[in-house]
Ligand binder design. Structure first.
Ligand code: ZN
Length: 269
C-alpha cells in the first residue's frame, strides 16, 4: 500500500512537472510573440560641466560616466543597436534636457550612468534604479543587474525602485539608472579607472541590454499615468516653494531661480 502510494505520488509529480514545463514554455512563446522592444538606447553620462558629481582623490564622476558611456556606445553599435549620447563632452546638460533628448526617440531606453561616493571608505558595489510603475524598466534593470553580477567582481547592492529620479520619471520610454560603483573605495576606484575595468563594466551593461531586448514589451498605460501624476505633484510643490508662505506683512524674499546651478557636489539624478 505504501509503495503504491509512493508510485502514485511520483507519477503525479512527473505529470505536474511536465505541465509546469509546458506552461513555462507557452508563456515564453506568448511573451516572445508580442515583442515590442526599444529601438534606441539613449546613453546618459551623468553630470558634466560645472556639475562634477562626486569627487575622490582627483577622480571625478563626470569624467568616469563619459568614459563608460563612450565604451558602451561603441559596444552597442557593434551589435547594431542604435545609440544616442546625451552629452559628448564635458558640458552641463540639465536633467530636463536629458529626458527631452530621450523623448525625441520613440521606444527608447534611457540608460543613465553614475558613480557613488561615501565617507565610509569600505562601502562598495553597484546598485540599479528603475521607476517603480514601469514593469519594462524593472525587467531591463534586472537583466543589467544579472549581467553585472555574473561578469564583474563588484558587490551587488540591489535593484531599487524607491527613488523618483528626474531622468526616470521625465523620460517617456523605459529608463534605468546604474550607479556603477563607489569611487571613494580605493580598490573599486582603481578598477573603475583602469581601461580593463571600464571595458568590463561597459561590456556587462551592454550584455544586460542585449539579452533582454528581444524579450520585452512596452509599458502598460498605467506607467504613463503614474509618471504624469508624479510630474504634476512635483510641479505643484515647486510652484508652492517659489510662492513661499502667505504672509501679507512679510518683506519680499529673494527667490532663487530653479535654473541656477547648485553648488553641492551631490546632485539629483
Ligand atoms: Zn551621479
Amino acid at each position: 500500500m505504501a509503495s503504491f502510494s509512493v508510485i502514485t505520488s511520483a507519477t503525479a509529480m512527473n505529470a505536474s512537472s511536465r505541465i509546469h514545463r509546458l506552461l513555462a514554455l507557452l508563456s515564453l512563446l506568448l511573451a516572445t510573440a508580442s515583442v515590442s522592444a526599444f529601438e534606441t538606447v539613449v546613453i546618459d553620462p551623468g553630470h558634466g560641466g560645472n556639475d562634477e558629481g562626486t569627487e575622490w582623490r582627483k577622480v571625478t564622476e563626470k569624467d568616469l560616466t563619459l568614459a563608460i558611456a563612450r565604451r558602451l556606445e561603441k559596444i552597442l553599435r557593434e551589435k547594431h543597436i542604435q545609440t544616442v549620447l546625451t552629452r559628448h563632452c564635458d558640458a552641463f546638460i540639465s536633467l530636463d534636457e536629458r529626458a527631452e533628448i530621450a523623448n525625441l526617440f520613440p521606444d527608447s531606453l534611457l540608460l543613465s550612468i553614475h558613480f557613488n561616493g561615501a565617507r565610509m571608505f569600505d562601502v562598495n558595489g553597484f546598485e540599479i534604479y528603475a521607476f517603480r510603475h514601469s514593469p519594462t524598466s524593472r525587467t531591463i534593470a534586472e537583466s543589467i543587474q544579472q549581467a553585472m553580477m555574473e561578469n564583474l567582481r563588484s558587490k551587488n547592492r540591489g535593484l531599487r525602485t524607491d527613488q523618483d529620479y528626474a531622468v526616470l520619471v521625465r523620460s517617456a520610454g523605459s529608463a534605468v539608472l546604474v550607479e556603477c560603483g563607489f569611487i571613494s573605495n580605493k580598490a573599486e576606484a582603481s578598477r573603475l579607472t583602469s581601461p580593463e575595468g571600464q571595458e568590463a563594466l561597459a561590456e556587462a551593461i551592454a550584455l544586460g541590454v542585449m539579452r533582454i531586448k528581444p524579450l520585452i514589451n512596452t509599458d502598460p498605460p498605467e506607467a504613463d499615468i503614474a509618471k504624469c501624476e508624479i510630474h504634476a505633484r512635483k510641479h505643484d510643490e515647486a510652484m508652492k516653494a517659489k510662492e513661499g508662505p502667505e504672509k501679507k506683512s512679510a518683506p519680499p524674499k529673494k527667490v532663487v531661480s530653479s535654473g541656477s546651478k547648485p553648488k553641492s557636489k551631490q546632485r539629483k539624478k
